[in-house]
Design a protein around this ligand. Structure first.
Ligand SMILES: NC(=O)C1=CN([C@@H]2O[C@H](COP(=O)(O)OP(=O)(O)OC[C@H]3O[C@@H](n4cnc5c(N)ncnc54)[C@H](O)[C@@H]3O)[C@@H](O)[C@H]2O)C=CC1
Ligand SMILES: O=C(O)C(=O)Cc1ccc(O)cc1
Length: 386
């Protein structure tokens, strides 16, 4: 359900969106384009990086803008600008000047500074509705794009008071066509919210991962799923994230300062407890640590989960042991295809020093039994439920 922060509904008007221009065919632009294509929308694409543009086209995300019939005579219904935050105001200004679309939106992770710069550059704020899809990955480029990236996610819309309500409705429709839930809020409120739920967590993840740089190799072989979960987003592009953090500096700094105070209190308490483990976990000295763990669990419980946002398919992971040799993945995928099962995603875990790896196959839950039986019958070492 889409709502504004002041309670107004935005699902009353649902305009037809038939033709969309996506400017910037990286991870997010190509994912938006793929999602729109899957809903029958005609998509034209552009990117200054010709390799990204070609890959996005080859993936079926759309056709290059330049090769389209006559772009100047047929403005798209909506242009989605999916470039890095700092580039967006100038890209928007150029797109508006050439009449690329009737309505414009962007996907930048920060909103207030992008909006202020767009206004300063004289962009038309009646047709510009800033947006931010709250789905993403720690990988860049069109090769990592997925049509289902935004399913069940929120999609923030931050129009200024000058925005035409029909433009807001058109961009809300883009979000819905991508399977997301549009939510209108003020740019400042957006930036404070994402500082808490995305930007500061990214820095915290990097802080954990940065400790591993000096960890010895033997320690790293003990890494389990926990540290992989906590550090996943630290794999994101440092250049892009420096840009995002710079554009949302004060709100992120505030959250990091609070985290740093929690960590310092926990470290002090642990120092004071060192060598006194037999006093038990309820000792007064350890109270700040216990308090942090309790608050952490409560905070974790507040994240909307499986029952909050319902549309995203939950995949089940089937681990399969594979020989670390050329062709083994190909044979595994061929066996899955033979069983008629679509592999939705795959991750490979290698154990250093062993001639084996584990392929984690992500499949829809109702395909698990079929696939596990077929692979086992084909001689694979399959471990569903592990
Ligand atoms: N990575 C993520 O998980 C998320 C990123 N975002 C936002 O999406 C935007 C794009 O990020 P990603 O797709 O992750 O990055 P990306 O690096 O995968 O793609 C960025 C694309 O923009 C292109 N580009 C650079 N300058 C351009 C310009 N002047 N005009 C047109 N295209 C230009 C690049 O060639 C590249 O293809 C950023 O504003 C980011 O804040 C939003 C939600 C999630
Ligand atoms: O990797 C993930 O799970 C993310 O949630 C990524 C992400 C990165 C940047 C955004 O502005 C929004 C989402």
């Amino acid at each position: 359900m889409g709502n504004t922060s002041d309670g107004r509904g935005i699902e009353d008007q649902r305009p037809a969106v038939r033709r969309v221009a996506v400017v910037g065919t990286g991870l997010i632009g190509t994912s938006v384009a793929l999602a729109l294509r899957s809903r029958g929308v005609d998509v034209v694409l552009s990117d200054p990086d010709s390799a990204s543009l070609r890959l996005a086209c080859d993936l079926g995300a759309g056709h290059p803008l330049e090769e389209s019939a006559d772009p100047s005579s047929a403005p798209a219904d909506v242009a989605v600008i999916a470039a890095p935050p700092a580039a967006i105001p100038s890209v928007l200004r150029r797109a508006q000047d050439r009449g690329l679309a009737h309505v414009y939106t962007d996907v930048a992770s920060v909103k207030a500074s992008v909006l202020a710069e767009a206004e300063r550059m004289g962009c038309d704020m009646a047709t510009f509705v800033p947006g931010h899809p709250m789905g993403g990955r720690e990988k860049q480029g069109p090769g990592a794009a997925r049509a289902d990236l935004f399913l069940g996610r929120s999609w923030a819309l931050c129009p200024t008071g000058k925005a035409d309500p029909q433009a807001v409705a058109a961009v809300a429709e883009i979000a819905r066509l991508c399977g997301a839930d549009p939510t209108v809020l003020d740019a400042g409120a957006h930036d404070r919210a994402v500082a808490l739920v995305s930007h500061a967590p990214h820095v915290a993840s990097s802080a954990v991962a940065a400790r591993l740089v000096s960890g010895d190799g033997a320690a790293l072989t003990l890494a389990g799923q926990g540290v992989r979960d906590v550090t996943r987003v630290a794999g994101g592009d440092p250049a892009m994230w420096s840009e995002i953090l710079t554009h949302n500096a004060a709100p992120v700094a505030e959250v990091l300062e609070a985290m740093a105070a929690d960590l310092a209190a926990a470290a002090d308490a642990l120092r004071a407890t060192a060598g006194r483990a037999h006093d038990g976990p309820s000792s007064q000295t350890l109270a700040p640590v216990r308090d942090l763990l309790e608050r952490g669990r409560s905070g974790h419980g507040r994240i909307p989960g499986k029952h909050g946002t319902v549309h995203r398919p939950e995949y089940t992971v089937i681990p399969v042991v594979i020989p670390d040799e050329p062709g083994s993945l190909g044979r595994l995928f061929a066996a899955a295809a033979e069983a008629g099962v679509n592999i939705e995603d795959v991750r490979i875990e290698h154990t250093p020093g062993l001639p084996l790896g584990v392929a984690q196959l992500y499949v829809l839950p109702d395909a698990v039994d079929t696939l596990a039986r077929a692979l086992a019958a084909d001689g694979w070492s399959v471990h569903p439920g592990v």
